[in-house]
Write a protein of this length. Structure first.
Length: 610
């Protein structure tokens, strides 16, 4: 085929390619991403008492303006978001630098970070509640270190404990992102700096930081947005925290960790008039959507400016010469600074290792205990038994919960490609700028979701009579998995040769034939990756089934595990059965991850060994 004919065919094929490929994904984002905002806005102008609606005008918004508790919850959310973001960036950067410079200890540190990264929140947070709070402060933390923390009575300790658990869960992801950016630094730049005498401090400030500034900005922006919508940690650990003196109002009670999402959830559960939580959801959704749009726009503007990873200029190949004795004093100060920095990094790594070991040990200890106790007072349980693993299936119906979760996860994994693959194929004909705009919009809409969008969806699906099914949960999970799946699938398809499709088209093959005989087989690695992402995300989901499911027989594993221990103030929690069920769940997820994991981690290991 001549080059001119090939080009003409390619142009014709792009012009004639129908736009239907984007329709399924656009419909999904319209229903789950955009519709809740408009639905909440509409409902906020009505009073809705169990379906009996009457026009309210701006009464519900007047209620918000007069609600001091809402303003306090907003302040707590802002403080939480700032603190959580700073911890993620600072600790993530420190551990990423240590991981990057590690040699023999690389595999150990990498494996340690996988523990908090791979444990879902509905397991990790209750375990930390047991370790920190125990029974009114009598916990393993007090037994080992003499530190007594009562999450029911101490607001400051409650907030600090929640931040610690949040960092334990989220910092590893930041480490992996920053570590990936560090690996892109030219080795010659680092070697030149070391030859000039640069230690850990100089490398971190003048070599590493300028090169990974773009990644740090991305971690900070996405971390701040995620923290604004935080629900799992404050809900599972402290149930909103002990009440603040100024937070006891005539309408509600605000605790030390009552973020806006927790506040909205409690309000929705307690309010008889849905119009009021709808107004709160509309205000919160508008604020978060604006913040998310600004964060995404800043990130893309930063990347397009060409400054990503190069803020502060490139590292100097030679250190500035100094005159003795100033050079000697500076070198001495530099060695002291390097020692302090390395000590901090090692102490941080030790803290992650110790905390991960404590969490794993606590789960194992409880799972083999014949008593549902939160106090670990011996190396081996005094009433050692393996009956918990039998009882959770024989008496608690855990097998049904696993089957429910398997069904939801499998359906989500199967359906995700029907939304993502046609859209990714359609995007191949778009210009780079247009694709970047679409990705930015999808990312912004996907990141803006939370309790404030799930509550309007709950009301919508309730009106359609779908609450007694898994359909709403699957739809929401597809929405959550779509942005990352679309990005990875599009990137993979860009690398596929187009010559095979063009040749098949010249031979008269129809669009469906070309898709099933050429495109789909070549795209199977991307399809499998998208399916696994959707499967694991659905399996580890908690917030969506917590809100949408009310029947114990329909519980997924996350909600079922939560039912064992309840909130921090719940009576008679079954900690031993919770631990046994957690081990079974982690074993299943671990086997799936090891069997179908991306080769990314293996590449990290191989390249580091080189």
């Amino acid at each position: 085929m001549s080059e001119g004919k090939r080009e003409k065919l390619s142009v014709t094929r792009r012009k004639n390619r129908s736009a239907w490929g984007l329709v399924p994904l656009a419909l999904l984002f319209a229903v789950v991403g955009a519709l809740p905002f408009f639905s909440a806005l509409k409902d906020s102008f009505f009073h809705d008492f169990f379906g009996e609606r009457s026009f309210a005008g701006f009464d519900n918004y007047s209620y918000i303006l007069g609600d001091r508790a809402f303003a306090m919850s907003a302040g707590i959310t802002f403080a939480w978001s700032v603190a959580s973001t700073l911890l993620s960036v600072v600790l993530g950067y420190s551990l990423a630098a240590l991981l990057f410079e590690a040699r023999r200890g690389f595999r150990i540190l990498y494996s340690i970070l996988l523990v908090p990264w791979g444990v879902p929140a509905f397991i990790a947070v209750p375990v930390w509640r047991m370790l920190i709070h125990g029974a009114g402060g009598d916990s393993l933390l007090y037994f080992l270190f003499g530190v007594r923390v009562n999450l029911l009575t101490d607001p400051a300790a409650s907030f600090a404990a929640a931040l610690f658990v949040d960092a334990w869960l989220n910092v590893p992801a930041a480490v992996f992102v920053i570590y990936g950016a560090l690996r892109k630094i030219p080795k010659g730049t680092i070697e030149a700096a070391r030859i000039d005498g640069a230690g850990a401090g100089i490398l971190s400030a003048r070599v590493y930081f300028p090169q990974v500034a773009g990644s740090l900005l991305a971690v900070a922006a996405l971390g701040f947005v995620k923290a604004l919508k935080e629900f799992n940690v404050p809900f599972l650990l402290t149930a909103g925290g002990p009440p603040l003196l100024s937070g006891i109002t005539g309408r509600t009670v605000v605790g030390a960790t009552t973020t806006l999402e927790v506040y909205l959830y409690d309000l929705f559960r307690a309010s008889d008039d849905y119009g009021i939580p709808a107004a709160y959801a509309a205000v919160l959704a508008a604020a978060i959507l604006c913040i998310v749009a600004a964060a995404v726009a800043l990130r893309f503007a930063f990347a397009r400016s060409g400054r990503a990873g190069s803020i502060g200029g490139r590292a100097k190949s030679r250190l500035s010469p100094r005159v003795f004795p100033a050079a000697a004093l500076s070198a001495l100060a530099g060695r002291f600074r390097d020692l302090v920095l390395q000590s901090f990094r090692l102490a941080l790594a030790g803290l992650v290792a110790l905390s991960s070991a404590l969490a794993v040990y606590a789960v194992l200890w409880l799972s083999f205990s014949g008593l549902s106790s939160t106090y670990i007072d011996a190396a081996i349980p005094r009433f050692f038994t393996a009956d918990n693993f039998h009882l959770i299936f024989a008496e608690d119906g855990l097998g049904r919960a696993f089957l429910n979760t398997l069904g939801v996860s499998a359906v989500s994994a199967f359906l995700i490609s029907f939304f993502v693959l046609p859209a990714a194929l359609r995007l191949r004909s778009f210009s780079a700028g247009r694709k970047a705009g679409i990705f930015a919009g999808i990312q912004a809409l996907g990141a803006a979701g939370g309790m404030h969008s799930l509550i309007p969806l709950y009301v919508l699906f309730r009106s359609l009579g779908l609450l007694e099914s898994y359909i709403p949960i699957v739809i929401v999970y597809l929405f959550h998995a779509a942005p990352f799946s679309l990005f990875t699938t599009s990137a993979f398809l860009e690398k596929l040769p187009s010559g095979l499709e063009e040749a098949a088209e010249l031979e008269g093959a129809s669009a469906l034939t070309r898709f099933f005989r050429i495109v789909l087989p070549l795209a199977m690695p991307a399809v499998a990756t998208s399916a696994m992402i959707a499967f694991l995300a659905a399996w580890n989901g908690f917030l969506v089934p917590l809100l949408f499911l009310g029947d114990d027989s329909m519980y997924t594993i996350g909600v079922k595990l939560h039912s064992y221990v309840g909130s921090v103030a719940s009576g008679s929690p079954a900690w031993n059965r919770f631990a046994a069920a957690s081990i079974v769940n982690l074993a299943i997820v671990g086997i799936l991850f090891l069997r179908f994991r991306s080769p990314l981690s293996a590449n990290y290991m191989a390249e580091h060994d080189e």
